[in-house]
Design a protein around this ligand. Structure first.
Ligand code: DGL
Length: 266
């Protein structure tokens, strides 16, 4: 491996932009290649076999771009990390989310919203239980929120309704004061969530994921101090989709390439 090789990021759509933002903030001299499989999102409503096949094809694409490590910027994919095939190290956002949870709270219940598949796979609960018997999640899956953020983030009434439907059931079960965003799409609407639920401390795992990557690269003398380029690829037609550039502007990402691509699995 060489320092100059880019860091890969993979998500089912634009959610991983929230991880890319943390990468650009925390490791601004790294080169990055982002792949969002927007054509086939939401992954969170798919069967595991399909998610694994799509994720493996995304990993092959990023390997083809010569990446030195891959940030799985998708909780749904990370919840199946043990079943993925990769020649380069994979960094799980679920693992980062557990670490961020324990950094925020050392006892009691923490709310967790995620996609249906992430909830079904139970990776958050398993990982947390291995590390602590004092903290647990009150988990709620949402079938729609990631898709609405991916496709209609500016439809406020629809967005607020779906945020409410995801978070209220948690608060009805238990009076938590912290909420883990267990889907990388959700930090895109963090401001709306904070306005609607000012009493909740919001936990976004992305910063931790970048800290893990930094530690890994530093240990192997692979930190790049002379790069900083970003290439973004999506499987949907970016030229026709103002929404992608609107979100990029909203998040404040910088990029050098924005292009459509195909993956080797349909
Ligand atoms: N961004 C993905 C995640 O973190 C989920 C979106 C989807 O369902 O495709 O889980």
């Amino acid at each position: 491996m060489e320092k100059e090789q880019p860091v890969g990021l993979f998500d089912s759509g634009i959610g991983g932009f929230t991880v890319l933002k943390e990468l650009q903030r925390g490791l601004p001299s790294e080169n990055a290649v982002y792949l969002g499989d927007s054509k086939r999102m939401p992954y969170g409503e798919r069967e595991n076999a399909e998610i694994i096949a799509f994720a493996n094809s995304g990993i092959r694409f990023l390997e083809g771009k010569g990446v030195k490590a891959i940030l799985l910027a998708c909780n749904t994919v990370s919840s199946l990390i043990d079943q993925l095939e990769s020649r380069v190290p994979l960094f799980s956002i679920v693992e980062a989310g557990c670490e961020a949870t324990l950094a925020a709270r050392n006892r009691g219940a923490v709310g967790l919203i995620a996609t249906t598949a992430t909830v079904k796979n139970g990776a958050y609960e398993r990982l947390l239980a291995r590390r602590s018997d004092r903290v647990h999640y009150i988990t709620q899956g949402t079938r729609t929120l990631a898709k609405i953020i991916n496709n209609h983030p500016y439809e406020r009434a629809l967005l607020r309704k779906n945020i409410r439907e995801a978070i209220d059931p948690i608060l009805e079960k238990q009076d938590v004061d912290a909420l883990l965003l267990g889907c990388t799409h959700f930090p895109i609407v963090r401001e709306s969530i904070e306005q609607m639920y000012p009493e909740l401390t919001i936990i976004n795992p992305a910063e931790r994921q970048i800290a893990s990557l930094r530690a890994y690269l530093a240990e192997r003398d692979l930190l790049n101090d002379a790069g900083g380029t970003t290439e973004i690829y999506t499987t949907r037609n970016v030229a026709d989709e103002k929404i992608i550039t609107q979100i990029i502007d909203h998040i404040g990402l910088k990029y050098d390439v924005l292009a459509q691509t195909e993956l080797d699995v349909d």
